[in-house]
Design a protein around this ligand. Sequence first.
Ligand SMILES: *Cc1c(COP(=O)(O)O)cnc(C)c1O
Length: 228
Amino acid sequence: MQETSKKNLRRIKKELNINENKEVKIIGVTKNRTFEEIEKVLNKGLTDLGENRVQELLRKTEMFPTGVGWHFIGHLQRNKVKYVVRMPQLAMIHSVDSLRLAKKISQEAKRAKRVIPVLLQVNIAREEQKYGFLAQDLNRNLPELDELENIKIKGLMTMAPFVKDPEETRPFFADLRKLVEKIKEKNWQRIKMEELSMGMSQDYLVALEEGATIIRLGRILFSDEGGI
Ligand SMILES: *Cc1c(COP(=O)(O)O)cnc(C)c1O
């Protein structure tokens, strides 16, 4: 990494109260943000951005065509997979929430002659309104997921329940980390469990304490007071 971007990253971490020695990827979630707002956080040195809708992802990557790694973090419909996997700036899909979707991504990636880094989304608190594998279903699906050649499964992602006190999210983040450890015990051919994408504006400090390697921040980066 270049000296300036290292320095920028240290400054961003400081403003977010994150220990500067902590290895963590910070993703700026750009949903509902304007060109100017996004430009501002990029000027601060952020290198990774995330979107939860395909249409917006395509629109915003056109606004910022180079120098940014784009992450897809929302529910992905199978008929839209082909647009996402063909994006040159795509860094990772965080929200693979079913075996059918994983298969579709691998199939379209093969057509595009790519291998796409992905995370498996887990509905760790078993909330009815949320997408994601339930822990026990995930275990059952892992052998088939391990066979998919054109995706590279790199870890797990979750969204904690929305609660008043971020401390209440701790057990869910801890559960996700335990799940990662359990999956690692088996010798998978392709599946890796290196990344834990968990933590948003209200709970990222708790998520980091519980082992997050990627945090996805919207409001706190872009807040009305000018953000970080
Ligand atoms: C919107 C969103 C975020 C960021 O949420 P904030 O509370 O604004 O930090 C993170 N992850 C996902 C999947 C999102 O949809």
